[in-house]
Ligand binder design. Structure first.
Ligand code: NAP
Length: 326
């Protein structure tokens, strides 16, 4: 079996981190992007931009997916591409559906048609569970509350269907929120860190946020891309929940961030009702026990260290944000 691995969505946060991890393990990586001139900023930041090539791919066209699999015979395929913002999914409903469901179905069907016998990993989401009073397990019934969550729930069923009916070696990792130094600006965690640093520089600056009473299960993406590989390489393919099991309120995320910079968060944060979501999930968290018991993986980094890493990165790489370090 070839040791070439495909990464669909290779320019994003997880795509870039898994490429880095695979390259370190000496796999030959081939990345795929929708764009003819993909954004390689994340790869440059990780120092891997010269280490693998990126091919343009149209996920609406099964023919090109089949051609790529036939040509390179990858041993593993990671599908990490998606319109990945829950907030944006309320506005860009069709694009969310197309990038998540249609792309997944086309990859599954193309793989079936070329009788692909390697492994395929799909990035699912904890958003499929919606409100979680108890930590979500594999057996928890999906109850998505956003177009993004609905699309991811649909994909989970498709992956299971192709695995059970067509015996394709495909599996989903149901990922709860995870951050890294590559997190893009459209996500609230990065917004908090960037704005807290602006507050340090300018005492009149304000951070505008929506509902700060929501709580999420935030992990570290560098660890999650290792979990993806463990799940994909396991002998028996079983969908797995990738999470920390710990809930943190957004208010606490903000407080920890400002405290690390020596600031009192209440002096800088403004609640903006316009930023509240239509169907806000107040608690969304998973139960990590099945993945630990079945495959031995568990998250390590705690929320305080995650925030510290993100702040340190922002200070080093975005010096225009701040004159002094904390
Ligand atoms: P990301 O940083 O937003 O990257 C996703 C990549 O998908 C982009 O770089 C883009 O690459 C590609 N893409 C394909 N269709 C797109 C579209 N319509 N709009 C925007 N980008 C599109 O996402 P990530 O955080 O790495 O997440 C990886 C996967 O895990 C996604 O499937 C996401 O839904 C899932 N997930 C992530 C989290 C999290 O907290 N990060 C949690 C649960 C699930 P090109 O432009 O080069 O094609």
């Amino acid at each position: 079996m070839s040791q070439t691995i495909f990464v669909f969505g290779c320019t994003g946060q997880d795509g870039s981190l898994i490429c880095q991890s695979l390259l370190k393990k000496k796999f030959k990586v081939i990345g795929f992007s929708r764009k003819s001139d993909p954004n390689r900023n994340n790869h440059e930041l990780l120092g891997i931009s010269k280490d693998f090539e990126i091919h343009q791919i149209d996920f609406k066209n099964p023919k090109v997916i089949k051609k790529a699999i036939d040509r390179f015979h990858p041993s593993e395929i990671y599908n990490l591409g998606a319109q990945s913002s829950v907030g944006k999914s309320y506005v860009e409903v069709s694009e969310t559906l197309e990038s998540i469901v249609n792309a997944t179905v086309n990859i599954l069907q193309s793989s079936k048609e070329v009788q692909y016998d390697g492994k395929i990993f799909f990035a699912g989401s904890g958003e499929i569970y919606g409100e979680t009073n108890l930590a979500a397990k594999r057996s928890t019934p999906p109850n998505p509350q956003s177009p993004y969550g609905i699309a991811k729930a649909c994909c989970l069923n498709y992956v299971k269907f192709y695995r059970e009916v067509y015996k394709l070696n495909c599996v989903s990792g149901i990922l709860f929120n995870h951050e890294s130094i590559l997190r893009s600006d459209q996500f609230v965690t990065k917004k908090i860190i960037k704005n807290a640093l602006k507050c340090l520089k300018n005492k009149n600056h304000k951070l505008k946020v929506g509902n700060i009473d929501i709580a999420r299960d935030w992990g570290w993406a560098d660890e999650y891309v290792e979990a993806m590989q463990i799940i994909t390489r396991s002998k028996i393919l079983k969908d797995q929940i990738i999470c920390t099991g710990t809930l943190t309120k957004l208010k606490d995320f903000i407080q920890i961030t400002f405290e690390k910079l020596g600031l009192k968060w209440e002096d800088y944060v403004e609640i903006d009702k316009k930023l509240f979501r239509r169907s806000e999930i107040s608690r969304n968290f998973g139960n990590p026990i099945q993945l630990k018991q079945e495959l031995g993986w568990e998250s390590r980094l705690k929320i305080s260290q995650i925030i510290e890493n993100m702040i340190n990165h922002e200070i080093i790489f975005c010096k225009d944000n701040i004159n002094s370090t904390h």
